[in-house]
Design a protein around this ligand. Sequence first.
Ligand code: ATP
Length: 320
Amino acid sequence: MQRIALLTSGGDSPGMNACIRAVARKAIYHGLEVMGIKRGFNGFIEADMYPMNLGSVAGIIHRGGTILHTARSDHFMTPEGRAKANENVKRFGIQGLVVIGGDGSFRGASVFHQEYGLPVIGVPGTIDNDIAGTDQSIGFDTAVNTAVEAISKIRDTATSHERTFIIEVMGRHFGFIALAAGLAGGAESILVPECPFNYDEICERLMRGYKRGKLHSIIVVAEGVAGGIEVGRIIKERTGFDTKVTILGHLQRGGMPSAADLILASRMGARAVELLMAGSKKDMVGVKAGEIIAVDIDEALSQTKAIDTEMCNLAVSLSI
Ligand code: ATP
């Protein structure tokens, strides 16, 4: 193998730059050439790519976002779009592709491998942490830290004004950020799409707290549950409490990556290159119990990542 290519796709996540750096440097360390593809699969189709050198990835490790930019590409969903991308594979002599992104990006990589045989390695980069086959994805830890910091700031004002705050965090189908941030932030209730909840129970808990002199309450809601505004409206209607809603939104995607994400991104990026060099055809890099592993992309995609019920129960028992 002489030349590999690398792209970031789907939603960006803090730590993608550190992963780009690791892929480029590890490849160059082993004497490989690296093409950086811009704007995800769009750049793959449009030949928007450039040869990377050691300097291309200098001074980026600590920066959020992705220097390669990212995109969603409708064109890559079509056979014609992928055929154009394959022309670029031949034109630039690309012998392996590293895709840093979420499950959609891995689906695209897998389809491309099936059609044209190019070895592809997926590296999970998404704040949602919703990819099966890995305990953690790049960016999740930073997003949780951002949410926890926001919760603690809101707690200060909630205490001063004796209010109930609803904090909506990202997670359309999964509550990983909500559960981790809610537990770490000491939320009274955590609402996630995976677990049924009822408003009576939440309101009863709020009333119990109020009766024993609690000055504030924090409820963390994953966006896919109902939307923070709706949750705040219902709670106010039922309890009469003054509820304030904060939607953290894209704030959770940015910022300097945490040390944990920087280390994870570096380890995963380096392993992606090793896998290509070892002849892997379509693997995803993951981390299990602290060990960097490789799983077949399609096997990972066929599974649904389950929320940690022990953590859910813990959150309930700590917020009596
Ligand atoms: P995030 O988790 O942040 O949403 P993602 O990687 O899941 O990231 P998607 O928008 O689902 O983001 O997918 C990114 C891109 O992957 C799509 O815009 C598309 O170009 C490509 N892709 C997704 N599914 C397929 C598929 N079945 N065939 C070909 N390409 C696909």
